[in-house]
Design a protein around this ligand. Sequence first.
Ligand code: BTN
Length: 219
Amino acid sequence: MKIHQYREVESTQQIAKQLIDNNIDQQHVIVAESQTGGRGRLERTWISPKGGLYFSIILKINQMLPIISGVVIVNCFKKMGINALIKWPNDIFVNKKKIAGVLIETYKGLAIVGIGINVKSAPLDTSISLWDMGFNMSSDRVLNNLLADFKEILVYPRKKLLAQYRKWCITLDKIVKVQIADNIVEGYAVNIDDDGGLLVEKKDNKVIKVMAGDCIHTF
Ligand code: BTN
């Protein structure tokens, strides 16, 4: 993969879009030391001071990318000895605190997978960093490890990928609240479907499938 390194940008997602406008193809990575307008899922802000890892990878569109990204990050952390887990769809938690997040967008027929990792510090009370946990690694090293894992896991057979995801997903077997259009639906998270959707069984025993959005549950 070709890496494009920046000091400060508004958002690496936006740079990725500019590069795509200039006909860049998949397998390019945009990484920045800080972002002035870092973006999270569901129109949230991703606070991005120096000391974190912020990057976007341009890839071929693949329905499983949310699942792949979660597995890549947890797999990489596990190899470092960190017990990370996934909150559906792909928020990464350690000790009940968020350590990494993923935002996936599509643009002109390509996917842009944006990943933010708290490396040296955690911006919120509800977040934690690698350094907080005693892993004094550089962002460059974390990035190289993650890219190597991406190469490997992108070609996993779907069965193997889902088995890993289900093993590490803390949302399963929990009572969850999910937003469907304007309604909040409560139910039991029974499984992750073969295409990555969350299956929620409601009180009336009907099972609904949620493909995107957020879910709320206790840890
Ligand atoms: C989330 O948990 O809501 C997703 C956070 C994604 C943040 C990353 S940092 C690199 C890329 N650029 C952005 O503006 N956002 C993503």
